[in-house]
Design a protein around this ligand. Structure first.
Ligand SMILES: [Zn+2]
Length: 146
């Protein structure tokens, strides 16, 4: 566990966090080793909180690992998942933010940043969805998902 327990797990018993990580670990045939989900991962947190069942959390852990390690997710960019119009809007918002900062207009800068983040966040969700689909297909092929 890098740097101790992440935010959100701090109030949990370390033994509980560890048990959840163990319960969600799996053998990845592509890595040739047992993979443990990071203690601060969505799968671990939602499993510990009872939001996801063991089965759902395992599926989430497998898909997250496959997405990060066995698809082109890491090399992709949110910007690639913006429409040309969104891309223009995004760049305009970033330029407007920079211009506000140069003028010392902090409030304006924050508004433009918020607009840019909204566009980016939509693109990020699309990117994740696309790579999750690819990850699930690979994991199915490897027999890790039904
Ligand atoms: Zn792997």
């Amino acid at each position: 566990m890098r740097g101790g327990l992440p935010r959100g797990l701090k109030e949990l018993e370390p033994a509980l966090a560890l048990a959840a990580v163990r319960a969600l670990s799996f053998y990845c045939p592509r890595c040739g080793r047992v993979v443990e989900p990071p203690p601060g991962s969505r799968a671990v947190l939602l499993y510990v909180r009872g939001v996801l069942s063991l089965r759902e959390a395992r599926r989430a852990a497998v898909i997250a690992h496959y997405r990060h390690s066995h698809t082109g997710y890491r090399d992709s960019r949110d910007e690639q998942f913006m429409s040309p119009e969104e891309r223009r809007e995004y760049e305009r918002a970033l330029e407007a933010r920079a211009s506000c900062l140069r003028r010392g207009d902090l409030k304006g800068a924050l508004e433009h940043l918020r607009a840019a983040r909204e566009i980016r966040s939509r693109a990020h969700e699309r990117r994740k969805k696309r790579f999750n689909k690819r990850a699930a297909e690979l994991a199915k092929r490897d027999g890790l998902l039904p």
